[in-house]
Design a protein. Structure first.
Length: 334
């Protein structure tokens, strides 16, 4: 991780404007999108961004050096205002340190527009929104991908593991493959324009740290070969814009069999989704959110409606989202 940050630092410093002013306006509001990580068979190496939900950060330059967090909404008091313990402020501080701008003062408002602990990259969306905001305020015109190591630092604080399969698509948009972590090598993948995603978040608690702890540390060769073939098939389907190949490649024999036990009626919901016309179904990130790929919006909405209806029937509240893949990543909204 330290090597990745040093490489990002050198890239930013070499291309950034001269020090002096903050660059840009005195305040900015940024939206960053939710993401689906793993994409069933691609544990820790695949992810994509969606149009909704997401988080918003409002950032203002101040006359006092340092970072403050003046407001957090939508979190029910769960997130810390202490800038040393919040993923947004910590990652922003890493960025400012990298460009030798510890003299800068910023105040942050974080508005959670998506559920925490949903498996949809809640911490990633907040962190990316903050990093994109400070980058813009500082007049930094380097590519957004240079922010990735700093975003991973936020992930490390949030869940104990600095993986990139949420923050990379949130930051870069689209569908991404993390080919390597040391050195960090992220590849943006194409995808069929007609690919729709149906997401259902059952309102149950599946903490990311605990979800990682139940995963097996050792696997047999037969399962590994099956998983490699599915990842290769999924990536091939994306390049070939073959939704059917994408669908039949999205099978996980390593992680899903364990994590599915934490999600009520997971296999029954998968059966329902496939019968309704979905081409694939799986867990988003560490769960409990589940998602399905479909060939059109109508099928996606039918899937979310039926799954939500089922969850209500068994006494579980839920949230639903329907989206194409978001190719833009974070954006300025004010």
């Amino acid at each position: 991780m330290e090597n990745n940050i040093e490489e990002a630092k050198q890239s930013i410093i070499s291309k950034a404007p001269p020090l002096g002013g903050g660059g840009g306006s005195a305040s900015i509001a940024v939206f960053a999108p939710a993401t689906v990580a793993n994409v069933v068979c691609g544990f820790d190496v695949l992810g994509f961004a969606v149009n909704e939900p997401g988080d918003e950060v409002v950032m203002r330059m101040t006359n006092t050096p340092g970072i403050t967090i003046s407001k957090i909404t939508g979190d029910n008091g769960r997130l810390p205002l202490n800038p040393l313990k919040n993923t947004v402020s910590v990652s922003v501080q890493h960025y400012l340190n990298s460009i030798d701008r510890t003299d800068v003062g910023v105040d942050i408002e974080l508005h959670k527009k998506m559920p925490i602990g949903s498996g949809l990259g809640s911490s990633s969306a907040s962190t990316v929104a903050g990093l994109f905001a400070i980058k813009t305020l500082m007049g930094d015109e380097t590519d957004s991908s240079t922010l990735l190591p700093f975003a991973m630092k936020g992930e490390e604080m949030a869940c104990g593991h600095g993986h990139a399969d949420n923050v990379a698509p949130a930051l870069m948009g689209g569908f991404v493959l993390i080919r390597s972590y040391e050195p960090l090598d992220v590849v943006r993948l194409p995808h069929p324009p007609g690919l729709w995603c149906a997401i259902v978040f059952p309102d149950v608690d599946v903490p990311t740290r605990e979800a990682r702890q139940i995963i097996r540390n050792k696997i047999n060769m037969k399962d590994a070969v099956t998983q490699w073939g599915n990842i290769a098939g999924l990536v091939s389907g994306l390049f070939m814009q073959d939704i059917d190949l994408i669908g039949r490649s999205m099978q996980d024999v390593l992680v899903e069999p364990v994590r599915s036990m934490l999600i009520p009626d997971f296999y029954y919901m998968r059966e329902m989704a496939m019968e309704l016309g979905a081409v694939s179904f799986g867990i988003s990130g560490s769960g409990p959110s589940v998602f399905a790929f479909t060939k059109n919006e109508q099928t996606a909405r039918r899937v979310t409606a039926k799954l939500q209806q089922h969850l209500t029937k068994i006494g579980i509240g839920s949230y639903t989202y329907v989206s194409t893949i978001n190719d833009k990543g974070p954006r300025v909204i004010g």
